[in-house]
Write a protein that binds this ligand. Sequence first.
Ligand code: ATP
Ligand code: MG
Length: 576
Amino acid sequence: MSNDNKNKAAESAAPASNFLRNIIDADLAGGKYQREGLPSVITRFPPEPNGYLHIGHAKSICLNFGLARDYEGRCHLRFDDTNPEKEDQEYVDTIIDSVQWLGFDWNRADGNHLYYASDYFDTFYAIAEYLIQAGHAYVDSQSAEDMAANRGDFSRPGVNSPYRDRPANESLDLFRRMKAGEFQGGEHIVRAKIDMASPNMNMRDPAIYRIRHAHHHRTGDKWCIYPMYDFAHPLEDAIEKITHSICTLEFQDHRPFYDWVIQRATEGGFFQQPVPQQYEFARLNLTYVVTSKRKLRQLVEQNIVSGWDDPRMPTIVGFRRRGYTPEAIQLFCERIGVSKADGWIDYSTIEGALRDDLDPKAPRATAVLRPLKLIIDNFPENEQIACSAPVHPHHPERGVREFTIGKELWIEAEDFMEEPVKGYFRLFPGNKVRLRYGYVVECTGFDKDANGNITAVHCEYFPDSKSGTPGSANYKVKGNLHWVNAADAVQAEVRLYDRLFTDATPDAGGKDFMTLLNPNSLEVIQAYVEPGMAKVEPDTRLQFERHGYFVTDRKDSVAGKPVFNRITTLKDSFGK
Ligand code: ATP
Ligand code: MG
């Protein structure tokens, strides 16, 4: 096992402890969630199907599914589809696909744990009726303006609605008529009756049901009233018997209402102890990246990128098309850990995880990205001599790649200098270099066009210097260049991606991320690649020696006409 693999195995065998694991350990020790026929740890990932998942969601997915895996519990994938206007089946489909691609599964021996909040609409409704009957909720008929004004603010307590003490049976009648479609949106709303003077704004009689004459992508036109997120979410958790409901820090102030809802519903006989408990962790902020569905949508809709899966997008589908592996994203999420402290993760962390994952796996290949002709003047005309190179330098068992060398080759333009700078060991007149896996050559001259551009470099080769033959040991050179044979190289489109923003924190502190776009985030070039690349299938990851990791684009690449996306360079260049 290589060192890389050893580290990785160690990392996955003993996940780093964190505050959530400590809580779960204590709950397990105390027997808190011992229930007949149920695991003691049930988590959930609850996306709203109103956009594509991004790398921030990946943190939440890896956390929730990872805890379930490590504690032999289960994690539910649940669509929080209570807001019909913004939601769509397209998003349901991509979310399912992305979570599966990341390597997680909700379909287990004890059931298929894929859930939709919309399947619980009848239960939500019944609980709301119960709350009204028990005096814990009422129908408010104030205008939206009055309601906002009467809510108060952080320095001013709210004012009770004039409808707050209307009889329960009057509220119940209105609620039933709301459901029957007798009113327009905004005419009435159902509110929990808690405390308009609470220092926590979320406890000032929060809304629990509102009228929305909207078509739902799953329930159609059955409903014209929909539950509010803060009311529905705790009930979804309780219905599914979630144990640890993990969310991001901005929901900390919502926790008292989360507990209130579950407690009232439990008193009403809808649930039994032990009930779910909410815990908050710091969301992922990644430098050079925005993770907000709204902002990502803006990039798509204004054609800044080619779509949700543009390889520069921090969406899961974008990372996938860029060439990231699910293993790299999981490794990244493990390395960043979870805490309650907000902060920024440097982009080099996710690239580091990617390199650590790909280095031992990715086959090697040669690509010349900025081609310059190299002519071996003393090479036999029309002769192609067979050469080979290992598929992977540390895995000889993976075999060799075959290609040829001939009189005319392509080398990188930057591997030749007419007048070398100090410390330059590549080609310049009079210098010798090795053509990797081929011969040692000595540079003899070059051609220039009328504009002074170098159009070809000339050299002579040493026939007894071929790599892998005894004679090669007699040649000591400092430069070792990659190349492809003009006679058998394949031309290919290569897309060189760079960060999408010029600013490390493009949407922090009120900055307008749309003004901080990197105009050079994509460069498309025509390159030459070694002949074996002609038949490579879409979605194949490899390392072009000296250049970095690349993937054949899953949409635009076809065998015979490959298109390569650069996933990342070989070394970190982000800090520079
Ligand atoms: P956005 O803020 O991009 O609109 P969201 O929070 O509205 O995302 P949801 O579909 O509600 O998207 O999120 C599903 C889950 O993913 C939630 O539990 C949420 O806490 C979590 N999540 C969203 N963004 C991040 C992030 N940046 N880091 C960690 N978890 C996140
Ligand atoms: Mg949200």
